[in-house]
Design a protein around this ligand. Structure first.
Ligand code: PLP
Length: 376
């Protein structure tokens, strides 16, 4: 689809900011395994991975085996774990061929890797257990049986034993984090009885920052690398080191208009001008993943100032109150995320207006297929 100045949303990503965040977070843990799934949370898998390699990251985690293969092809020196594991025989074969470390989280995945591996076809795996998410992973009860099977399967090597935390970003739920940590230790003990010893991994960003007692050997930060504080809005938010945002999103102003007091703006007439106003129409809407729920709630940055969204977000357009920006002109860029100087909008703020978390904001805005991506 051709995009031009007038219809395109711009996404600027600074992979070096992700790398600098990695360096800021590294002293908190033992060995960080950066999580770059979902196109590095919308920031661009390969450019982010290259920047992380530049600051010394040697292992990374993606979601699908396809993502892992893309990463291994571009950066063969990086050890890559596929968190979702193999879904079918092609995935299992690809792990073999490209040296991807699949997460094995259930009997079906164990069959896929067991039958793909052999004495002449070694395959390293990550064994995943459920300690409290009830999502992926063998249960504690299955630990002994899977350990015995793995131990006698030629060619299969366990590189890490892992689980995932449900509540690390909630100070009120710290006891559940501790419980999950205890369960992972119990599992490690069961595996050791079958002769399986591997680095343990449980911590995500929030646990890396706030729960040192569950750091074990490897930590798997995601969101903090992309500059969002996973503890934002909680009593523990100051435990997070200062992090840099890495993504900015902007769209051009299509039209500037003066409206008189009492004029209503956009569908449903949900906003009525309380006084004469200057309105700027910005070329971004819910078709560009700028959620309609941001109607009358969000702010953008225009001319270096915060300006409120007025009326309903439309499919490809959104109105903002530009009364305080007298110099605004058609073609000026309005930032929905980021922006110049002190007015910059953080992912945490946009997420709060949106009623979601920065993870979703970055993934949706960053992976918008219609946007023009450029490096700042
Ligand atoms: C996404 C993910 C992470 C990273 O979590 P953050 O909260 O972004 O730090 C770690 N481990 C697993 C298994 C994940 O799926």
């Amino acid at each position: 689809m051709p995009t031009n100045f007038w219809n395109a949303v711009r996404v600027w990503v600074q992979p070096e900011a992700v790398a600098r965040n990695f360096s800021r977070l590294r002293p908190l843990g033992r060995e960080l395994v950066p999580v770059v799934k979902a196109d590095a949370y919308g920031h661009g898998l390969l450019s982010v991975a290259r920047a992380l390699v530049g600051v010394g990251a040697r292992r990374m985690a993606v979601g699908t085996v396809s993502e892992a293969v893309a990463l291994r092809e571009a950066l063969p020196e990086v050890w890559v774990m596929a968190l979702l594991g193999p879904m079918d025989w092609q995935d299992a074969a690809a792990c073999q061929e490209y040296g991807v470390v699949p997460v094995v989280a259930c009997a079906e995945q164990w069959d896929l890797v067991r039958l793909s591996a052999g004495p002449s076809r070694p395959l390293s795996i990550a064994l995943k257990f459920d300690t409290g998410m009830a999502r992926l992973g063998f249960s504690v009860d299955q630990a002994s049986s899977i350990a015995q099977q793995v131990a006698v399967t030629p060619g299969v090597q366990v590189e890490t034993v892992m689980s995932h935390l449900a509540t690390a970003d909630d100070p009120a739920a710290a006891s559940f984090v501790a419980k999950q940590g205890t369960r992972l230790q119990e599992i490690a003990h069961i595996l050791a009885q079958a002769g399986i010893h591997a680095p343990l991994s449980l911590a995500n960003s929030a646990a890396l920052i706030a729960h040192p007692q569950v750091h074990f050997h490897w930590q798997r930060p995601g969101i903090a690398l992309y500059g969002a504080n996973p503890l934002a809005g909680t009593p523990w938010q100051d435990r997070c080191p200062p992090l840099e945002p890495a993504m900015e999103v902007a769209a051009p102003v299509l039209q500037v208009r003066q409206i008189s007091a009492g004029t209503t703006v956009s569908y449903g007439r949900t906003f009525t001008a309380p006084r004469p106003m200057r309105i700027a129409i910005v070329a971004v809407g819910y078709a560009d993943a700028y959620c309609r729920g941001l109607s009358n709630r969000a702010f953008m940055v225009l001319g270096g100032r915060r300006v409120p969204v007025v009326g309903r977000v439309c499919m490809q357009m959104t109105a903002v109150d530009a009364t305080e920006v007298p110099e605004v002109q058609v073609g000026d860029m309005a930032y929905l995320l980021g922006g110049p100087g002190g007015a910059a909008i953080r992912g945490e703020e946009l997420a709060a207006w949106w009623g979601t978390i920065p993870y979703e904001v970055f993934c949706l805005l960053g992976q918008n297929p219609r946007s023009i991506r450029s490096r700042s």
